[in-house]
Design a protein around this ligand. Structure first.
Ligand SMILES: *[C@@H]1O[C@H](CO)[C@@H](O)[C@H](O)[C@H]1NC(C)=O
Ligand SMILES: *[C@@H]1O[C@H](CO)[C@@H](O)[C@H](O)[C@H]1NC(C)=O
Ligand SMILES: *[C@@H]1O[C@H](CO)[C@@H](O)[C@H](O)[C@H]1NC(C)=O
Ligand SMILES: *[C@@H]1O[C@H](CO)[C@@H](O)[C@H](O)[C@H]1NC(C)=O
Length: 390
């Protein structure tokens, strides 16, 4: 049994949905499981050893499920599972909404992820995953909460807890805001999250993701632009020099606009506005349009786009928009020490991601992560699932 098979078996188990008395809402439970992995070995683990490990994991889970079910009737998929047309599309009906399931790297692609929402009209997604965090744009809590908001669904993400492999980050996300989330690189403990969710989340207002940005006439600042790499993609960056300002940076067909005001412009931190419009080709082939405000790792501009986990600069306001050619844009806001900012920002119908109040923590990144599924060269191509994110 390979590690990925083992992870696959263990990862699927980490949810339960607890029924509430009212059918308008329900209580969701997500467990981030501190998985016991086999010791590194070149010899495949025997069947018996694998079973022993799975049992050790199940023993831990049993405790978590018992503790969860003490709250409100353990839900065990009483309604029929249904796998129509494409085998990977899994949905089921309950008295508290329609559910769909997909896993891991599926979240970056149209099928089954977008199909479940657009064609099968699910209210809530169950997402078991073994997700390795990749900053600045693909940490688990950041991307999963952004997907819930961008697609207008409830999203229950249950990650493995395995900090030495950068696996942590689970959450219960409603379309308007994260309701509960957990990120812990410091301990070896599992974690149970509980939160109320609407059975049928209110339809989110339709967003025209290019409306505001396409009306902006911005002066070219081309002479101050520079290139930098984020997760193998070459972005065009512009340094934010003032304590406040209006900046525009473009790449190919995408122009990104930012208005911002910091509490103070620190001399020990550098922020940039970045744009990327192109096909990502490493560990998967998928077309992206991204507008991003981010903190560079150091004040050396060559480090812009590198992974960084802490910041000190406080923002009083931001407004980020771009001339996106897609309706699939996922709004991300990530604060220092990998924290989300529930209730501190919103998306307006003209496509601006705006702060609603001064942010509760220093900003690592504010990003509009757009996917152009129709421009992917080979759909769902993904060579080595264990290499980065499953
Ligand atoms: C891994 O190795 C350590 C030290 O040899 C041992 O104590 C532990 O039980 C092993 N873990 C597994 C899962 O085999
Ligand atoms: C779920 O319920 C809807 C509406 O009642 C129905 O159209 C659909 O076929 C059901 N789906 C499943 C998977 O049972
Ligand atoms: C979005 O806004 C742009 C600019 O205002 C407009 O040209 C376009 O038709 C709008 N798209 C939709 C789908 O309404
Ligand atoms: C940015 O643009 C807005 C709207 O046009 C304007 O009100 C504001 O004064 C500008 N801010 C700066 C720092 O130039």
């Amino acid at each position: 049994m390979t590690m990925s098979q083992l992870l696959g078996h263990v990862a699927i188990l980490f949810f339960c949905v607890l029924k509430a008395s009212s059918l308008h809402t329900f209580t969701a439970a997500v467990y981030e499981h501190a998985v016991i992995l086999p010791n590194a070995t070149l010899i495949p683990v025997s069947h018996e050893e694998a079973l022993l490990l799975i049992n050790q994991n199940l023993d831990l889970l049993e405790g978590a499920i018992t503790s969860a079910s003490k709250q409100q009737n353990l839900f065990l998929g009483e309604d029929e599972f249904n796998a129509p047309k494409e085998p990977e599309v899994v949905t089921f009906n309950t008295t508290f909404g329609k559910f769909g399931i997909f896993t891991c790297f599926d979240i970056l692609f149209h099928d089954p992820a977008v199909t479940l929402v657009k064609d099968f009209h699910v209210d809530t997604i169950l997402f078991p995953t073994a997700w390795m965090n990749v900053l600045p744009h693909l940490s688990a809590i950041e991307f999963h909460s952004a997907w819930a908001m961008g697609m207008g669904v409830n999203f229950l993400a249950s990650n493995l807890h395995y900090p030495s492999k950068k696996m942590t980050g689970s959450g219960i996300y409603a379309p308007d805001s994260p309701r509960a989330f957990h990120y812990d690189m410091k301990t070896e403990e599992g974690k149970l999250l509980l939160s109320q969710l609407a059975s049928h989340p209110h339809p989110t207002a339709v967003v025209n993701w290019t409306s505001y940005a396409s009306g902006i006439e911005a002066p070219s600042m081309g002479n101050q632009e520079f290139k930098g790499t984020i997760f193998f993609d070459e972005f065009t960056f512009l340094e934010l020099k003032g304590v406040a300002g209006n900046y525009t940076v473009c790449q190919k067909d995408l122009c990104c606009h930012l208005s911002y005001r910091m509490s103070e412009k620190r001399s020990d931190e550098v922020y940039v506005l970045g744009a990327f419009d192109g096909l990502h080709t490493v560990e998967g082939s998928y077309y992206l349009q991204i507008c991003t405000l981010l903190k560079c790792k150091t004040t050396d501009l060559h480090t812009c786009g590198d992974s960084v986990e802490t910041a000190s600069t406080r923002f009083e306001m931001f407004s980020l928009s771009g001339t996106f050619e897609t309706q699939y844009v996922f709004p991300e806001v990530l604060l220092s020490e990998i924290q989300l900012a529930p209730g501190e920002f919103q998306v307006s119908s003209d496509g601006r991601l705006c702060s609603q109040k001064p942010l509760s923590g220093p900003i690592l990144t504010v990003t509009l992560f757009g996917r152009l599924y129709e421009k992917d060269s080979s759909p769902n191509a993904f060579s080595d699932p264990m290499a980065q994110i499953i």
